[in-house]
Design a protein around this ligand. Structure first.
Ligand SMILES: *Cc1c(COP(=O)(O)O)cnc(C)c1O
Length: 356
């Protein structure tokens, strides 16, 4: 159990009006959670303080060598007025998996969940209530030793900030176009691809810019060695419906193990679909697109939830999927997962957790 000191702001900000366009990750609440780590002392001084700027020495290790990890989850305000989290234990465990890879000290899962609940509780009135909106929760850990040598830091900050957010994509559930990247790579097995850390995103920007310039909203990565097997999208895992089966790349050390991915696999199985987690070559995908065996394609992630893919580009070929319309399975999964998150559908999986 953490002993969390709470210092409330004396100058609360104006909350976004009902119906306001929130965007994603642009507006922040009145408070933030902070906890320090010091070697020999462990995690200490858990506190909730007014949201504000950090004062850090320019020599802090995180600025130079990228020793940091982050998470992303959401709080939802149900029709019954209750605030809920979705599978926060998965984020706490994944955070520790990332920590282990990045040589950052672990945080006990119970303490992590306690911290998330505490900050959401303090800013509960910031959870937006319009359809499709939620409070995006961004926990992260940064290395703070003031030292330019390359070594794991001996001090860290664990911080949680909150951002009331609308739909991730401006066009809602409209299918997106995806660029299959055949030159740059994101991650390799043995590297940090399975960890949720900024370095993976830094590595992804150049391809993202290239794809955007060509009118595609996301990059689909191929494996870093052969550039042959499908891995994942920038901030989403990827699923295909091929000849009636649901297929997704198996976790291989370079793919981020998404909470939404895990939930979608369970939902698909409970809907009676055969689900295959395996290697999928880009050639198999191109062939399936050409013959029409590729019936649906969608990305999964906390921010976007389910993002239907209507167009795939690989080298000189462009394929349309399902007439560039959302498919029946994608729609069903979106309705089910968001129904559970907003407390509109019975949570038979036991995934939601009350904030209280
Ligand atoms: C966070 C993330 C995902 C999606 O994970 P969820 O737990 O479903 O939000 C997928 N890929 C990458 C690279 C990510 O950082």
């Amino acid at each position: 159990m953490l002993d969390i000191k709470i210092q409330k702001t004396t100058t609360p900000k104006e909350k976004p009006a009902k119906g306001a366009k929130l965007g994603f990750g642009k507006i922040f609440t009145d408070h933030m959670f902070i906890m320090n780590y010091t070697e020999g002392k462990g995690w200490h001084d858990a506190r909730i303080v007014p949201y504000g700027k950090l004062s850090l020495d320019p020599s802090c290790m995180v600025f130079h060598y990228g020793q940091e990890i982050f998470e992303g989850l959401k709080a939802y305000k149900g029709a019954d007025g209750k605030a809920r989290l979705f599978r926060p234990d998965m984020n706490a465990k994944r955070s520790n998996m990332s920590n282990e890879r990045l040589c950052i000290p672990e945080i006990p899962v119970e303490d992590y969940i306690q911290a998330v609940k505490a900050i959401v509780k303090v800013d509960e009135d910031w959870i937006p209530e319009d359809d499709g909106t939620s409070l995006y929760i961004r926990p992260f850990i940064i290395a703070t030793d003031e030292f330019l040598g390359v070594a794991p830091s001996k001090t860290y900050l664990f911080i949680i900030i909150l951002a009331p957010s609308g739909a991730y994509y401006e066009n809602g559930l409209a299918p997106v176009g995806i660029w299959i990247e055949d030159d740059y790579v994101r991650a390799v097995k043995g590297g940090i691809g399975f960890a949720k850390t900024g370095g993976n995103y830094a590595a992804s920007l150049a391809a993202q810019v290239k794809a955007h310039d060509d009118g595609y909203s996301q990059v689909l990565w191929l494996d870093g060695v052969e550039r042959k097997y499908i891995e994942e999208v920038g901030a989403m895992n990827i699923f295909f419906k091929i000849s009636g089966k649901i297929v997704t790349p198996m976790l291989n050390g370079s793919i981020l193990p998404g909470v939404t991915r895990n939930s979608v696999i369970q939902m698909c199985k409970s809907l009676g679909f055969e689900v295959e987690e395996r290697k999928i070559s880009v050639d198999e995908l191109v062939e399936a697109a050409k013959t029409g065996a590729l019936e649906e394609c969608f990305g999964t992630g906390t921010a976007a939830v389910i993002s239907p893919v209507g167009k795939l580009r690989y080298k000189d070929d462009v394929f349309e999927i399902n007439g560039n319309k959302i498919g029946a399975v994608s729609q069903k999964l979106y309705d089910t997962i968001t129904g559970i998150q907003w407390g509109k559908i019975e949570d038979t999986f036991g995934w939601t957790v009350d904030v209280d």
